[in-house]
Write a protein that binds this ligand. Structure first.
Ligand SMILES: [Zn+2]
Length: 88
């Protein structure tokens, strides 16, 4: 019997998008997420924003490579809270 991807809600799609970027998603779950991204413009936008944040983080890590990090390089607790709220 043919197994079809389940329909995700947007919250589950956001979680899967994060897990995919961490390399924690199975092939089947990636296919399920891809189906959701085809039909949901909001999640496509979110997925692109996650990609931009990943790229920015990699570039920042590259720029900081070889330099000594300090307390000033870390995000403040308020900034972390705002970022988490934006991601949710
Ligand atoms: Zn969605």
């Amino acid at each position: 019997m043919l197994k079809l991807p389940k329909i995700l809600n947007c919250r589950a799609a956001a979680e899967m998008s994060c897990r995919r970027r961490d390399g924690q998603l199975s092939h089947w779950d990636r296919a399920t997420l891809a189906v959701h991204l085809i039909i949901c413009a909001g999640c496509r936008l979110m997925d692109r924003q996650f990609a931009l944040m990943d790229k920015a983080a990699r570039q920042l890590a590259f720029l900081n490579a070889g330099t000594k990090t300090s307390e000033n390089d870390a995000l403040s607790p308020e900034a972390r809270k705002r970022l988490k709220k934006l991601i949710r």
